[in-house]
Design a protein around this ligand. Structure first.
Ligand code: MG
Length: 391
């Protein structure tokens, strides 16, 4: 057994005590199709399944190409948030998941899927996003976000060929917003040598961190060593390298990044995510997996509970701006605009979302697609009940 496997928190992998069929406990499963404002991650529509449990509504929305083993982690997360499985936070010991640290929201941490989940008007900060665009559009694009303290600029859309355009855009950004916290995200768009070339240039922009300049944990680790050797003050963050619970531990073991980007569904829920963040010892930023507001609510809950360690404060500040402002990427959501978890002045509320029944009807997929999702749900359900699903 590898070191990683020994350290993996049990909450991410234990079999779940579930009835034989999901229809025994879930009366209404809805599968909905959300049109996107622009193509993102290669898709123009996002299919999401939602259902209600004792704690409220939850979303199950693995991307359609994911296999059963991978999609099952997303179901584990949805079951936890709905309250259909016990809170997975902090294992079975009942101990607080953040012992020795304080939750980011500054309030006491309720169980992740408790029916008394917070209804107060607590908020978590989110970053604005600056896509590839001409410098002349920077001001207009960011004006849509209102006042935001942190902006993430996408770079490397065409790899190193974008560098001149990226630099022109970042210079304009810094001219307009000299004090705004800036992150970069290359979505693994560079090769190792090009990443170094780009980092030499980007170092002048006072970055909070640089997300995934290169693909893969090993390449990230190599890049980080080279940045240190060259004395380049760039903090690396791992995003695409983290798809499942053991990945943050591998990032930590290899010293591949100083910050991890985490998403609730791929890590199997709020509890398992907190466990793995704690086990990795790395400061974390919560990001969405392109969910509707129902799913974003779980991300906001995790963001409010992030461990606040000294290294998190040093690298990310007192209030960690998360990548949860993605509701705006859809043309329509499961609730009215005013109830959706759309950012206002760089923050979203931490609260549960109940879908609007009319929207649930009008956004429903056709019967054939619904059957496909029911089969997927059944397969993942069976997988989570099985003791051998990771073998
Ligand atoms: Mg990213």
């Amino acid at each position: 057994m590898s070191e990683t496997a020994r350290r993996l928190p049990a909450s991410a992998s234990e079999p779940l005590d579930l009835p034989e069929r999901f229809s025994d406990v879930i009366e209404d499963l809805h599968v909905l199709r959300l049109p996107m404002v622009t193509r993102f991650r290669g898709i123009t529509e996002r299919e999401v399944a939602v259902f209600a449990g004792p704690a409220g509504w939850a979303e199950f929305s693995p991307f359609v190409e994911y296999d059963t083993a991978e999609a099952s982690r997303w179901l584990r997360a949805a079951l936890e948030f709905s309250g259909l499985t016990p809170p997975l936070t902090g294992g079975r010991s009942g101990a607080a998941q953040n012992s020795g640290t304080e939750a980011a929201g500054g309030t006491e941490a309720a169980p992740a899927s408790s029916s008394q989940a917070r209804t107060v008007t607590e908020t978590v900060d989110v970053n604005g996003t600056l896509p590839a665009c001409p410098p002349s559009e920077v001001e207009t694009i960011l004006a849509r976000y209102g006042h935001v303290g942190t902006v993430k600029a996408k770079v490397a859309e065409r790899g190193i060929d974008s560098l001149d355009d990226d630099l022109a855009r970042l210079r304009e950004f810094r001219r307009l917003f000299p004090d705004t916290t800036l992150r970069l995200d290359a979505n693994a768009g560079y090769g190792p040598d090009d990443a170094l070339t780009a980092c030499e240039e980007f170092a002048a922009f006072d970055l909070q961190y640089f997300e995934q300049p290169v693909p893969g944990v090993e390449q990230l680790a190599e890049l980080r060593r080279e940045l240190e050797r060259r004395d380049l003050p760039i903090v690396l963050a791992a995003d695409e390298s983290i798809r499942k619970a053991e990945d943050p531990l591998r990032v930590a073991e290899l010293g591949a990044a100083e910050v991890i980007i985490v998403k609730v569904q791929p890590l199997g829920g709020i509890g398992p995510a907190l466990d793995v963040i704690t086990a990795s010892g790395l400061p974390a930023v919560v990001s969405s997996a392109l969910e509707s507001s129902v799913g974003l609510a779980a991300g906001a809950e995790l963001a409010a509970r992030l461990p606040r360690t000294d290294s998190s404060r040093d690298l990310l500040g007192e209030r960690v701006a998360c990548g949860l402002g993605t509701a705006r990427l859809f043309t329509t959501d499961l609730v009215d605009d005013e109830d959706a978890l759309k950012p206002v002045d760089g923050a979203i509320p931490v609260r549960r979302i109940t879908p609007d029944p009319d929207r649930v009807q009008s956004l429903a997929v056709d019967p054939g697609r619904f059957e496909w999702w029911v089969k997927r749900f059944e397969d993942c359900w069976a997988h989570l009940r099985s003791a051998n699903r990771f073998s």
